[in-house]
Design a protein around this ligand. Sequence first.
Ligand code: GDP
Length: 295
Amino acid sequence: GRLKEGLSKTRDGFVSQLESLFRSYDKINEELYEDLEEILIQADVGVQTTMKLVDDIKEKAREEKIKDPNKLINILQDDILEMLNQTEEDDEQPTILMVVGVNGAGKTTTIGKIAQRAKQDDKDVLLAAGDTFRAAAIEQLEAWANKVGTEVISHQEGADSAAVAYDAVQSAKSKETDLLIVDTAGRLHTQSNLMDELEKVKRVIEKESGPMKVEVLLVLDATTGQNAVSQAKLFDEAVDVDGIALTKLDGTAKGGVVIAIREELGIPIRLIGVGEDLEDLQDFEPESFVDALFD
Ligand code: GDP
């Protein structure tokens, strides 16, 4: 299906490299493990997570007295699945979802998708145009609101985004909205200002949230590889990220970044993007993901 298709670069790059590595050895030795390490690191699995994976495979191969190198891929697959496992989201309580991420990562698309899906589930959705820095961002969000059939709270370009968030939360509470999605700025060139602004927006949201649950979703572009991991650390320090949407996995052969993000940050991945269409933004299910990669 779409998932498998969207992951084809990673399958052709990373996974088929793994398969040919295991095929090319007739016994398991240190050299094989070194080659394995190299492939994993190249696929953006990250050094730390690579070491952990390789150590674990070595140990299991020894314990289970495995002689055939081709069997190692099954251990690797199981280990990856174990690393990716996470608890499911509870979306019953009225929620304020603050969406953060740098410009171009796919924030607007992600917001549109989540709003559309919530509407389809008969939920009342409200959007807040918190990226007041760009007029285009406000317009894009309004376009989504029209398309999906939701209201949007917006101020003028240049307005205080915390004030937009404040108004939106008041409105969501008085209308008993099920889901308020707050867009935020994502300009990168003034990173410390951006983080200060996001912290302020989150403070306001939390202070005003009342009975609503507050969650932060970080949108990351998978094609930026290890940069996505460092970015996530910065955002997490500033606003305490609850979940990640990882977009543009179709654009990279280094899908191993999924594993690095999950393992190094310990933040659940909620959505993955595997193409330009709205249907290509899918719930992240570890099992289907690993199956789509390896089977
Ligand atoms: P924003 O600046 O963070 O709001 O990003 P947008 O939502 O406007 O997305 C930026 C671009 O990335 C748009 O052209 C999207 O169509 C594209 N995009 C978003 N997600 C994906 C994805 O999973 N795969 C691909 N190939 N493109 C995507």
